[in-house]
Design a protein around this ligand. Structure first.
Ligand code: UD1
Length: 423
């Protein structure tokens, strides 16, 4: 298992180019199951979850051709599509479940393993009840045997009005994809409005789907018979972007971050300004300078889009460890979002957790130590802490990081971090 060895502290300066969004690319790739014609997807991030999804599509009968150093793919159908999504491919990645709906929509049957992914919900795992209940409403029948969902439908799925009882990014994406070639009209209420959901809709509409927003959290999907050939560029990764913005703020750095529309992360940028960062934005660039003294934030609360994203809570926790006093973060989306807090304590952080609230005493001078990543965003937080720590930090289990950050060590090295990968 690879490790990162980081020698700190470092001041990060220079330019960073943000990669394509993993969380936008995954549902877009899953939706290619609906197509008979070839699809070209550009700006794919070269991260492990994308490879896993492409392998899954290959196992289902798609032909994948790579261009432009694997950042561009052309996906087309072989003559014999399959409908079995194996445990070996879904066990590491929750988004794998997104092939279930399109397989049933297109072929009226599927055998799909329960998915894995980051363990962020304590003992309750990561449920998919919202996905399954809503797909049932479209006419999918299923039973669960030995960890697999055996699903089928009598012919096409049928459009329905569905109101999600709570907001889920994945379930929203799954139902949008599954309704595109259904019979009739589907109206979804309680839809997640994350930019990655919007990117999926833009992609599907570029291929002739008929999806429109009919309310703040409501979407109407009029079923079409088939989708056209299309070529689409995936949006930039807002979490990678946010991570580099925190890195600049944390290290008194000075970064020009390119390849991302700053309007999408207004909330995060406002928060970073509150901590003292100086930020200028122009079109698809963010120029961010870290302050000499980081200011605390009273109560940072994670929320659905528009609010502060749960996927940046770990990185902000590192930043607040170095703030000029006590801050807190309340996590509203996942129960086990703070698993890295214990690891940060090895570096000297003073954090106490009470249910969903983490209280972070500021003024920490991190001292390098050995730490272990527990999940994708936690790994990014530990790397950031290592960069700002005095001495050597070793971050193990960086396979979590490789799932979602494209060559993070190369990007960090370019801007002055002393980080190397040990195999
Ligand atoms: C997606 C993102 C993840 C991000 C999360 C919240 C991808 C690949 N992952 O995950 O990085 O942290 O959105 O922004 O895009 N829930 C249920 N039942 C369900 C589905 C979800 O109870 O059927 C719960 C979850 O356990 C969680 C909450 O709903 O507590 C939100 O989860 P959801 O929005 O579905 O997250 P993901 O789509 O898995």
């Amino acid at each position: 298992m690879d490790k990162f060895v980081i020698k700190g502290p470092c001041v990060l300066k220079g330019q960073v180019l943000i990669s394509g969004s993993k969380n936008a690319a995954l549902p877009i790739l899953a939706s290619t199951i609906l197509f008979d014609k070839p699809v070209v997807i550009k700006n794919l991030p070269r991260v492990r979850d994308i490879n896993t999804m492409l392998n899954l599509l290959r196992s289902l009968g798609s032909k994948i051709e790579f261009f432009d150093n694997r950042k561009k793919v052309r996906i087309s159908k072989t003559k014999k599509p399959k409908h079995f999504a194996s445990y070996s491919l879904l066990k590491t990645m929750r988004a794998g479940i997104l092939v279930l709906g399109p397989l049933v929509a297109k072929y009226h049957k599927s055998i799909t393993s329960f998915p894995g992914g980051c363990v962020l919900n304590g003992n309750s795992g990561r449920p998919i009840d919202l996905h399954l209940k809503a797909l049932q409403k479209l006419g999918m029948k299923y039973e669960i045997k030995k960890g697999y969902i055996y699903a089928k439908s009598k012919g096409k799925l049928r459009g329905k009005n569905i109101k999600f009882p709570s907001i889920s990014v994945g379930a929203s994406q799954h139902l949008i994809i599954s309704s595109v070639i259904s019979d009739g009209t589907t109206t979804l209420q309680g839809v997640a409005t994350e930019p990655e959901v919007v990117d999926l809709i833009n992609f599907l509409n570029s291929a002739g789907a008929n999806i429109k927003w009919v309310g703040k959290r409501a979407c109407q999907i009029v079923g079409v018979n088939s989708l056209n050939e299309t070529s689409y560029t995936i949006m930039g990764d807002r979490i990678e972007n946010g991570t580099f913005c925190v890195a600049a703020t944390l290290t008194k750095g000075n970064l020009l971050i390119k390849g991302f529309d700053p309007k999408i992360i207004k909330t995060e940028l406002e928060l970073l300004k509150k901590t003292g960062a100086k930020i200028k934005t122009i079109k698809d660039e963010i120029h961010i300078k870290g302050p000499q003294k980081i200011k605390k934030i009273n109560n940072l609360v994670t929320k659905e889009y528009g609010g502060f994203p749960t996927d940046l809570a770990p990185q902000f926790m590192v930043l607040l460890c170095k703030a000029n006093g006590r801050s807190s973060i309340t996590e509203n989306i996942f129960k086990s979002r703070f698993m890295h807090a214990m690891e940060l304590q090895r570096l000297g952080a003073k954090i106490s957790i009470n249910n969903s609230k983490a209280t972070i005493e500021g003024n920490t001078n991190f001292i390098g130590a050995e730490v272990m990543s527990s999940d994708l965003r936690a790994s990014a937080a530990l790397i950031l802490a290592g960069i700002s720590a005095k001495g050597t930090t070793v971050v193990s289990r960086v396979y979590h990081c490789d799932r979602g950050y494209e060559k993070i060590e190369n990007k960090l090295k370019k801007i002055g971090a002393k980080i190397k990968r040990l195999n």
